[in-house]
Design a protein around this ligand. Structure first.
Ligand SMILES: Cc1cc2nc3c(=O)[nH]c(=O)nc-3n(C[C@H](O)[C@H](O)[C@H](O)COP(=O)(O)OP(=O)(O)OC[C@H]3O[C@@H](n4cnc5c(N)ncnc54)[C@H](O)[C@@H]3O)c2cc1C
Length: 462
């Protein structure tokens, strides 16, 4: 699609000249997200209010232009990539925290607010917002809603959908509606739940009411070094099977933890093969009791070292090592392809062995980073796209890993969504009937297939 002068003028009339981009060079930044997928938009508009979003959607609808909502573009499934061109509606200017209500334990925010800013603001009242994607310093709450994002602390607290009370949405007609309820659980059909995780294919989320959680009385954070990845995987299963649900259990294999060590000097022993980062929190008595139980379980797996964060500064360093590991892997090669699959926790050890076998078969290094407590694998395939054929190799290795996840009773995504990247794998998991039902649901919101076309559904269903 080639951008047309009259549409451009109408966009300018809605959001102002300064907030419309049509120059190809300026739009390059909107061509991709955190994946390798690419697609050039025809127009980018940056609205400042829900009314402007509504007018933009009406214009795009009347002109049959695809509409792609975009937060910070940190998505890892090609979700915000305009693979069929169209209008990107960037929510970054709608970044106000509108209200924090400590009495009700809720916050009302615009969709372009950065995830971490909610916790930073809520902390003034002794609260935090639980879902904490590792990208939380950058990603938006609107993107989190669209992807139903997870994060290290979602093991105990649950993912995004468990923390959203209500959302304001702009529909294809331009109508502005609220799904959910500020004060109580939903009654009737849960459109809020339906919209969360729909990856921008149902409408544009413009405001979000989130639940806030009181900060715990005590937090203890451990970094445990193991001799093997299997010991770490089995220790994870043993802890959860004992009935303890820590706030998080994160795992980094040898490649990942060594890269993290080099970038942070967090103190991972040189002879360590795999590390777990475990955090427990709650009332003091409860945490003290859990600490003893967890140490007993860990000792059954002969750990090299159990390190307890001595203070908040050291705890932050532990988390910096984990949350900064993707950037740290940039030391090994210029490109990586981050796979996101989930398996039942008990299958972690055999699936990781398979990933190792595939890494050797393809001759590409795979660093494994896991939300281990959730059975959510993030094999990170490291490669150099300048080497001919390397990108294709990485993508097909990623595909084989996803097939293994599904064969082991898992699913195609733990948190990054299907987007463009994984849509062709959907038939691995869903029958024709399932896909038909999903398509019917999409048609209720978007019969013209204008919202984020080319995503989620395999090409045969487009
Ligand atoms: C280093 C790194 C670490 C990460 N760690 C995690 C992690 O721990 N857990 C996790 O779940 N994810 C993680 N991610 C993935 C990503 O950060 C999340 O998917 C995040 O929710 C995307 O937010 P965003 O604002 O960047 O959205 P974008 O990438 O801009 O968009 C993502 C999708 O949401 C849609 N969308 C965006 N805003 C809206 C809106 N307002 N209304 C409707 N649809 C919208 C887009 O169309 C697109 O389909 C990580 C990414 C990186 C780069």
């Amino acid at each position: 699609m080639i951008n047309n002068q009259s549409v451009t003028q109408k966009l300018i009339d809605i959001v102002g000249q300064e907030f419309v981009i049509v120059d190809k060079q300026d739009m390059i930044v909107y061509e991709s997200d955190g994946t390798h997928d690419r697609g050039m938009p025809d127009y980018v508009a940056l609205p400042s209010s829900v009314d402007e979003v509504s007018k933009l959607v009406i214009l795009a609808n009347e002109s049959n232009i695809p509409i792609i909502a975009r937060g910070s573009g940190t998505g890892l499934s090609g979700g915000s990539v305009p693979v069929k061109g169209g209008l990107i509606i960037s929510l970054n200017r709608m970044n106000k925290i509108l209200d924090i209500d400590p009495e009700k334990g809720i916050a009302k925010v615009e969709a372009g607010v950065i995830n971490l800013e909610i916790s930073n603001k809520a902390s003034e009242f002794g609260f935090f917002y639980a879902p904490d994607p590792s990208s939380q310093q950058v990603c938006t709450i609107g993107g989190n809603v669209a992807e139903n994002s997870g994060g290290p602390h979602c093991l105990a607290y649950g993912v995004t959908t468990n923390h959203i009370l209500a959302i304001e949405v702009v529909l294809l007609t331009g109508d502005i509606v609220w799904f959910g309820d500020f004060n109580k659980e939903n009654n009737g059909i849960d459109f809020r739940g339906l919209f969360i995780g729909s990856e921008g294919t149902f409408g544009i989320c413009t405001k979000v009411v989130v639940k806030l959680i009181k900060k715990p009385e005590m937090v203890k954070t451990f970094l445990i070094a193991f001799n093997s990845i299997l010991d770490a995987a089995n220790a994870t299963t043993a802890i959860i099977s004992s009935g303890i649900i820590p706030a998080s259990i994160e795992m980094m294999d040898k490649t990942a933890s060594q890269a993290a060590e080099e970038s942070t000097n967090v103190g991972i022993p040189k002879n360590s093969d795999t590390v777990l980062l475990i955090e427990i929190e709650g009332f003091e008595d409860e945490v003290t009791e859990q600490e003893l139980l967890i140490k007993d379980i860990l000792n059954e797996f002969d750990p090299i070292e159990i390190k307890l964060a001595a203070n908040e500064k050291q705890r932050e360093l532990f988390w910096k090592a984990r949350k900064g590991v993707f950037a740290a892997l940039g030391r090994l090669a210029p490109n990586y392809y981050l796979v996101d699959g989930t398996v039942p926790r008990t299958k972690l050890a055999p699936v990781l062995s398979e990933v190792n076998r595939l890494s050797k078969k393809y001759g590409l290094i795979v660093a494994n980073i896991l939300h281990a407590g959730d059975g959510n694998l993030h094999p990170c395939i490291i490669f150099d796209q300048q080497i001919p054929g390397n990108t294709e190799k990485a993508l097909s290795l990623g595909g084989e890993i996803l097939k293994i996840c599904v064969e082991n009773g898992g699913v195609l995504s733990g948190e990054h969504g299907i987007g463009y990247e994984k849509k062709e794998y959907m038939p691995l998991l869903f029958s024709n009937h399932d896909l038909e039902n999903m398509k019917n649901m999409k048609n209720i919101f978007d019969s013209k297939e204008l919202f984020n076309p080319g995503k989620i559904f395999p090409s045969s269903r487009e």
